[in-house]
Design a protein around this ligand. Structure first.
Ligand code: GLA
Length: 388
């Protein structure tokens, strides 16, 4: 520093500021031996009908951050580690509430009352026929015009020495969307020290009804949403899947995946078989089907995804019987990406744990009926790690 002259000082100051800014921008965190938990809250926006929306970020101190807004219980940002310890956002989302309200393909949202499709929006229960909204061609999809993804949930943060949670509650009134019964719902997001997010869904009703809740995050483990997800390697613990008609309603037969492009029992790249001439791939415009998860008592690992270049790995652990694997076939370069650009074809995939589509009209499928006095409870864990 002996050659330092007064004229060099402004330049050095600028350099120092630039170094600090670059360090702040990088999401790389030093590995921490002891996790600390935090829930940060800020206001996020106001819905067109005047409801205020908050944003909560669950932080585990090792680098994972999960940001949730009370509108739709949407996960807007979720960081996960790569093989070099870099935590980057791995879920598709928007920049602001206006964009979520305007048009969204259910990015990051809680889905209810019924995740997936019900044929013609009709079902019968206790001798009565119900007509739900038909918002997906002739069918009902993801709870209808104003599903659980478009309502404002009441949030309560909770923290222990080993977890950070957000408890979201919503009372869906009798008749809402055409569904019977006052349905009292609680969805809890719990972040652990080991980079897992546990999602528990609970509901109770005062009239016989149907319920099938799920989570609709779109993942791209590369952290670069300009890239497709076709290079991600997927394993699904499912020997069977549900073929669909042209409106994506299951035909009712449970079909072995063996010898078809739907066989993910051994991990393979999502893109490997996606262009094979196959009637079901044509109907789904790619993968957009429910896999029949191999049965087991309680929680088991049903899916694993690895992004080879970054080493990021996501495992799905659930007690649900089905999983809709959808690979972003309807993303078409029209929705805005934060930082500029638009979301392109197949730049995100969803793994939606659930009961099978159209179960109310398929007596052979596991039941989705909830009666007064019963408690609906299901759990799904999203476990991130670095592939070995
Ligand atoms: C679900 C459906 C898809 C599509 C997406 C949202 O995953 O199965 O067909 O509707 O939601 O775009």
């Amino acid at each position: 520093m002996k050659n330092l002259t007064p004229t060099m000082i402004p330049g050095l100051l600028l350099l120092a500021i630039a170094v600090v800014l670059v360090q702040c921008k990088s999401e790389k965190k030093p590995p921490s031996s002891a996790a600390f938990f935090e829930v940060r809250k800020t206001t996020y926006g106001t819905t067109p009908d005047g409801q205020s929306v908050d944003q909560y970020t669950l932080v585990n101190g090792t680098g994972m951050e999960v940001t949730v807004i009370t509108y739709g219980g949407i996960i807007t940002r979720w960081t996960a580690p790569d093989k070099d310890g870099n935590y980057d956002n791995v879920v598709l989302g928007f920049d602001n509430l206006g964009q979520y309200v305007a048009k969204t393909p259910y990015f990051g949202a809680i889905i209810g009352r019924y995740g997936n499709r019900i044929a013609k929006g009709q079902f019968s229960l206790a001798g009565k026929t119900y007509q739900l909204e038909t918002n997906n061609g002739p069918n009902h999809l993801h709870g209808g015009v104003k599903g659980f993804d478009k309502v404002v949930w009441t949030a309560s943060p909770q923290q222990t020495d080993t977890t950070a949670s957000l408890v979201l509650t919503y009372l869906s009134k009798d008749g809402e969307g055409g569904y019977p019964g006052n349905l009292s719902c609680t969805v809890t997001y719990t972040l652990t020290a080991t980079d897992a997010l546990k999602v528990t869904y609970q509901a109770s009703t005062d009239k016989e009804t149907i319920v099938n809740l799920t989570q609709h995050s779109y993942f791209n483990l590369s952290g670069n949403f300009k890239k497709t997800i076709l290079d991600h390697e997927l394993m699904l613990a499912a020997d069977n899947y549900l073929p669909v008609d042209t409106t994506l309603i299951p035909t009712g037969t449970i079909t072995p995946v063996a010898g078809t492009p739907f066989d993910f029992t051994t991990a393979k790249a999502i893109g490997r078989d996606i262009d094979i001439a196959d009637d079901q791939l044509t109907k789904g415009k790619g993968y957009d089907h429910c896999w029949v998860l191999n049965p087991a008592d309680g929680l088991r690992t049903v899916a694993s995804v690895v992004h080879p270049a970054t080493g990021r790995q996501l495992e799905i652990i659930t007690d649900e019987p089905g999983l809709q694997f959808y690979c972003g076939n309807f993303l078409n370069g029209t929705l805005p990406m934060p930082g500029g650009g638009t979301y392109g074809y197949r730049t995100g995939f969803c793994l939606e744990t659930q009961h099978y589509p159209d179960s109310p009209n398929q007596p052979a499928f596991p039941s989705v009926i909830l009666r007064p006095g019963e408690q609906y409870t299901t759990t799904t864990i999203f476990q991130f790690s670095v592939a070995k």
